[in-house]
Design a protein around this ligand. Structure first.
Ligand code: TYM
Length: 331
């Protein structure tokens, strides 16, 4: 039996090379050997204000980017979260078991509540419970995510504990986070002390998957680097340069040591020029495929429909068992 993998991305902003390096690139590798489900977290997006038309367009755009980046809709189950209503249903059951104190500790809630002061809604607070429902519905063994989602994974495991304490074991699998050794936290290009985020207001802070060559070059060349001139990996003293080296390493497949040797005696500028070329060339075919896919919404709709049907069979099985276990009458 293959192990089950589940992961997703919230449909906000523009997918970045941070999402690619920290998550989607790993999803792609895992699709070869695991039973994988990858989804578009559109319900999660509603925790911040969304223009309805933008949300709709962005959902197609993210889906086309998943495909263009190499996720195979035959090998994997790829779907939109809102197409499988069991996510919201399981969330309610889990919400009734999760103490508010545990949600209060979530650092992402604190950060988002600070950023969206005018809209600190209950969904922003209970968001990690929806994430737990996403994972537990499919009995996932492993959840490939970047470092910023680790705390939510730990909460998911706690929630399994709350459920089992009240109702006994055997309904849910206990999932593990799968965080890559490298690139689990790609940093902002202008401010390497903070995470690269797809909903950053300043688009110079990230390279988006669908940026054109000119934009990519400009953003990488203007990335903040540190004082000094030697090209060595040093997270503490050279966070900007080290971030660029991590990106370089993942995109090229070369180790950090190999890069240090290759750039001995060269200037930061050399590395930036080469990195910009590398990212442009790597993303060029992705962008081309993306543009093609976006011309055919019917095809995207058809794939989404198929993906949702496959996901729902599995989600339904778990939810039925949960409803029975907690004492809801089944007709
Ligand atoms: P999201 O949409 O913020 O990010 C998608 C994935 O990309 C990773 N990531 C990063 N990795 C490295 N460096 C970065 N700068 C960086 N920024 C983002 C994230 O860790 C994530 O793996 N709540 C989730 C979506 C979600 C989910 C789930 C994930 C909803 N339900 C169930 C897994 C399982 C989120 O907002 O990810």
């Amino acid at each position: 039996m293959k192990k089950t993998i589940l992961s997703g991305s919230t449909v906000t902003g523009d997918l970045t090379i941070g999402n690619y390096i920290g998550a989607i690139n790993n999803w792609k590798k895992l699709q070869e050997d695991y039973d994988c489900l990858y989804f578009l977290a559109d319900l999660h997006a509603l925790t911040v204000f969304q223009d309805p038309q933008v949300l709709r367009d962005r959902t197609y755009s993210f889906f086309a980017q998943y495909l263009a980046l190499g996720l195979d809709p035959e090998k994997n189950i790829i779907f939109a979260q809102s197409h499988v209503h069991e996510h919201a249903e399981l969330m309610w059951i889990l919400t009734c078991l999760t103490p508010m104190g545990f949600l209060n500790r979530m650092t992402q809630f604190k950060e988002k509540a600070e950023k969206h002061v005018k809209n600190v809604n209950s969904g922003l607070f209970t968001y990690p419970v929806l994430m737990a429902a996403d994972i537990l519905l499919y009995q996932a063994d492993l959840v490939p995510v970047g470092e910023d989602q680790r705390q939510h994974l730990e909460l998911t495991r706690d929630i399994v504990g709350f459920f089992e304490h009240r109702y006994g074991a055997g309904v849910f699998k206990l999932p593990d986070a799968h965080v890559g050794k490298q690139g689990a936290r790609v940093m902002s290009l202008q401010d390497p002390e903070k995470k690269m985020s797809k909903s950053d207001d300043n688009d110079k802070n990230f390279v988006s998957i669908i940026d054109d060559a000119k934009k990519i070059e400009k953003k990488i060349k203007s990335a903040t680097t540190d004082s000094g001139s030697e090209i060595t990996f040093d997270l503490e003293n050279k966070p900007g340069l080290s971030n660029l080296m991590t990106i370089y390493s993942v995109f090229s497949g070369k180790s950090i040591q190999a890069l240090e040797a290759e750039y001995a005696g060269k200037m930061y500028g050399h590395l930036k020029v080469d990195l910009a070329d590398l990212v442009v060339e790597h993303l060029r075919p992705v962008r081309e495929r993306y543009v093609e896919l976006m011309k055919n919404r019917d095809y995207l709709d058809e794939l989404l429909k198929k993906g949702a049907a496959r996901a729902q069979v599995r989600a339904r099985g778990t939810l039925d068992q949960v409803y029975k276990t907690v004492g809801l009458v089944r007709s």
